[in-house]
Write a protein that binds this ligand. Structure first.
Ligand code: WQD
Length: 339
């Protein structure tokens, strides 16, 4: 069965392509290479031994999206990752984010509604919750006003899908709200490739340990948490990728109970920044240079998932630990720096 993965050369997209291939799916990838490279396609191929069909395509060009879908009318499922995802950048470039993250979703959905099989998995984010009132966070937690244009594009994206599903019962969709994806494939053939100075914690940790950064700035030590640093739910990207395959199979096997479902994807365990640092130091046997500095604008204090819906309804749970993720991230950093 042919599955389209948009943004399939990205961090989570590439790991999901590998897991889809492991399950025997025929994968076609669209990516505009704005935040990736063709080396990722080689990495996927070296892991699975199967080179996915790839088309470099800008999903903002409606006519190109139309012609792609007319060539691939046998697609039975779409996993939509293609979007810009840097929170800080979205604050500086809101229109670029609204154009790139919303218009592309609309064009993909418009073409999908012409397919025989319309199964859609949407890459969403726990960022839609903002600072939740209760922890752990369930799927029924209130969706708060977005703290960034990036987060707003995920909220708007979910609403667009819901509205479309209301009038098109052939469209079956699942929104997956990721907590904090980290780590890399154990083969070290694919992983996170941040461009420029990493915004996210784990690539900054591994680049600091590699000597590429002077030291890690820990943004805030005075939060209302056990050690004063922010708490997040760090999920191994391979666990996250597997969840996408399970969600797709749920739709393909018509097991969904409505044509729009939402699942939180996390470990259910919160870890502070200092705990993440200690995990890295343990698995890498390296002392990390860091300094606690002022808080980062827009950061929430704590977020971690309530996982019973994903575990019991979706039938998926994480199998890898924070240490596993840190170890894979470090091995990947060493590989790409050829150390
Ligand atoms: C994690 C923690 C920082 C860098 C964002 C998006 C979310 C998702 C993941 C796309 C925070 C601290 C970080 C550093 C630090 N992205 N930190 N020093 O902000 O939880 O989530 O990325 O879907 O939607 O909102 O992730 O990795 O940036 O930060 O102390 O140099 O690490 O303050 O507490 P975040 P992050």
């Amino acid at each position: 069965m042919k599955i389209l993965v948009t943004g399939g050369l990205g961090f989570i997209g590439s790991h999901t392509v590998v897991e889809l291939q492991n399950e025997g799916f025929d994968v076609v990838i669209i990516d505009d290479l704005s935040n990736s490279s063709l080396e990722v396609l080689e990495g996927i191929t070296s892991i699975s031994g199967i080179k996915p069909y790839f088309e470099e395509l800008d999903l903002k060009i409606k006519s190109d999206v139309k012609s792609f879908f007319s060539k691939h009318s046998d697609v039975v499922g779409v996993i939509h990752f293609a979007a810009s995802k840097a929170v800080g950048e979205s604050v500086k470039e809101p229109l670029m984010y609204y154009e790139n993250n919303i218009s592309t979703l609309v064009y993909v959905l418009q073409e999908m509604t012409k397919l025989n099989r319309q199964n859609f998995i949407f890459s969403s984010s726990c960022t839609v919750y903002g600072q939740a009132d209760e922890l752990p966070i369930t799927e029924n937690a209130q969706v708060k006003p977005a703290q960034s244009p990036y987060g707003n594009t995920k909220q708007i994206g979910e609403e667009i899908i819901q509205d479309t599903c209301k009038v098109n019962e052939k469209l079956n969709s699942i929104a997956l709200r990721y907590f904090n994806p980290i780590g890399a494939h154990p083969s070290t053939e694919i992983g996170e490739l941040p461009i420029g100075v990493p915004q996210n914690l784990v690539p900054f940790i591994t680049q600091t340990a590699m000597g590429m950064r002077e030291r890690l700035s820990v943004f805030g030590g005075d939060y209302a948490t056990p050690d004063g640093t922010c708490v997040r739910d760090y999920i191994h990207v391979v666990d996250l990728a597997k969840a996408h395959v399970v969600a797709l199979q749920r739709l393909l096997e018509n097991k969904n109970t409505s044509n729009y479902e939402v699942f939180n994807l996390g470990t259910g365990k919160g870890s502070s920044v200092l705990e993440a640092i200690h995990s890295f130091e343990k698995v890498s046997k390296k002392k990390l240079k860091y300094k606690i500095v002022d808080r980062r604008e827009g950061d929430i204090t704590a977020a971690y998932a309530e996982t019973s819906k994903a575990n019991n309804v979706l039938g998926w749970k994480t199998e890898l630990s924070l240490d596993d993720a840190m170890s894979s991230a470090w091995k990947w950093e060493q590989k790409i720096r050829n150390k």
